[in-house]
Design a protein around this ligand. Structure first.
Ligand code: ADP
Ligand code: ADP
Ligand code: MG
Length: 463
């Protein structure tokens, strides 16, 4: 049954993104907003908006019962959860279906299978997908000490329920084990209400490479190639690109195959992403996790494949089988995305809520902006700080970097501080241009940026 009226259970740029694809498909849209989002761009662009609760997400965007009631009350026939919030909540997906609505996303079983990293690792092992050496659930730092000797240092504690980089701690020496266990466990408890931890071998010179998949739930699974998301701060992505760069074709083929194998194994439906860590020195790769939702960085894949991933999610949700096959999918050029956040790089990337007084974005061939911000918009302290994604597409990586740099330079935002100044230094760095980056490159670069700009501000000279 094709969707006729869609409820969007999200906010910000992803709500706007979903409205745009739905409209082209002739699907009406209703967005559920919190009281502080009543004047949002998504509320304006949707056919209708309804207030689902007050500003705190727990009482609005995370309140599944209210969301379902609002969708039924506005006579919608399906719900798109976006990313974050309720998107990877299996119980919510079940309740949506039990209310007679279409959940635009994977089946509740798909979400459950991949939602817990320990369970996901078990399934990946069965499917023959390579994993980094790891442990079962660790109940105490003392248990962990013995197992750590067999895995070897450095290693990571990870939250089984983890996401968004929370609940991860690196352990380089046995002496650090105790404190790392306590920190990871309390962060996991606070973020996910679940303090289960496991350990995984830490790969030093690593790239984060992931594979976008599309599956129709009727047996067909396709991949849309790779994305490199190695530029991360606190395990959170800041710059992403597609395809990956500099990997041997055999590794790339291996990644594609592993992703499709895993998705098939769990009878996956909808769009999803299988994340891997690539050991650059050994040219080896290991499964990290599967994100059972549309991701923030999906546009770079859309740019190089010409496939609208959100529209495909909507079609699959409406029961259509995938009409294309793997050989129909071509990869053209190179795309890069920069996440523009309302954060002050010089104040350790602290959020900068406030009113935007000027909002001038770049344009021209190969430049795309996915955003919900505009002049006059009040950036709320209640939600995450993503303001816009600047995406560029060019024939190759070198030209894409030049285009990104030019586009960043056109941006004029006033009223709130953003990460644009920092992003400019990243994309103009020789290491970035030459691809000499790994998952640990950005963090020290951010620290140097803060140090150098701080000394310039106080008038000190740097050698
Ligand atoms: P990606 O970029 O791979 O899509 P991110 O980790 O950046 O994923 O997360 C995307 C969004 O989802 C962000 O807004 C983040 O805050 C949110 N998010 C990620 N994991 C969780 C989680 N477990 N619980 C709540 N929100 C999450
Ligand atoms: P989350 O669910 O929080 O996104 P992931 O398992 O995807 O957690 O890991 C987040 C990031 O942490 C990865 O993108 C990578 O930079 C780093 N990371 C995770 N596992 C490893 C590992 N075994 N070795 C090195 N880095 C890792
Ligand atoms: Mg991840």
């Amino acid at each position: 049954m094709a969707l006729r009226r869609l409820f969007i259970a999200n906010r910000g740029e992803i709500a706007v993104r979903v409205i745009r694809s739905a409209r082209v498909l002739g699907i009406e849209t209703v967005v559920g907003v919190s009281e502080v989002d009543m004047d949002s761009m998504a509320a304006r662009l949707a056919d209708k908006s309804v207030v689902i609760g007050p500003a705190p997400a727990a009482k609005s965007y995370l309140d599944g019962a209210r969301v379902i009631a609002a969708a039924l009350g506005t006579k919608c026939d399906g719900i798109h959860p976006g990313y974050g919030f309720l998107s990877e909540n299996a119980e919510f997906a079940t309740n949506v279906e039990e209310a007679g609505l279409i959940f635009v996303g994977p089946t509740p079983d798909n979400i459950r299978a991949m939602g817990n990293k320990l369970e996901a690792r078990r399934i990946a092992t069965e499917a023959g997908v390579p994993l980094a050496e790891g442990s079962p659930r660790m109940h105490s730092a003392n248990d962990a000490r013995e197992v750590a000797e067999t895995i070897g240092y450095p290693l990571l504690f990870k939250a089984a329920a983890g996401g968004g980089g929370r609940g991860i701690r690196i352990v380089r020496r046995p002496e650090e084990l105790m404190a790392a266990f306590a920190n990871a466990s309390s962060e996991a408890q606070a973020a996910f209400g679940d303090n289960a931890l496991f350990m995984e071998r830490y790969i030093e010179n690593a790239r984060h490479v992931e594979v976008q998949v599309l599956a129709d739930g009727k047996g067909k699974v396709l991949h849309l190639g790779t994305r490199d998301c190695s530029l991360q701060r606190r395990y959170q992505k800041m710059v992403e690109e597609a395809p990956d760069f500099g990997l041997p074709q055999a590794v790339r083929d291996g990644l594609h195959e592993a992703a499709v194998t895993l998705a098939k194994r769990i009878g996956y439906r909808s769009a999803g992403t299988v994340e891997f860590i690539v050991d650059v020195d050994r040219r080896d790769f290991f499964f990290l996790e599967m994100n059972t939702r549309v991701q923030v960085e999906h546009p770079v894949t859309e740019m190089i494949t010409g496939i609208d991933i959100v529209a495909t999610q909507l079609r699959i949700a409406g029961g259509e089988p995938l009409a294309i096959s793997q050989s129909d999918i071509g990869f053209h050029g190179h795309a890069i995305e920069c996440r523009i956040n309302a954060e002050a790089p010089l104040r350790n990337f602290a959020p900068t809520p406030g009113r935007i007084t000027r909002w001038t974005m770049p344009g021209g061939p190969g430049v795309r902006i996915d955003s919900h911000a505009e002049a006059g918009w009040m950036v709320s302290p209640w939600y995450d700080s993503l303001l816009a994604k600047l995406i560029v597409h060019a024939p190759d990586r070198v030209q894409a970097i030049a285009l990104m740099s030019a586009a960043l330079n056109e941006i004029r935002v006033e009223g709130v501080e953003t990460t644009v100044s920092f992003l400019k230094t990243v994309v103009s760095h020789p290491d970035y241009l030459e691809g000499r980056i790994n998952t640990r490159w950005l963090e020290p670069a951010a620290e140097r940026f803060v140090a150098s700009s701080a000394s310039l501000e106080t008038g000190e000279t740097t050698a």
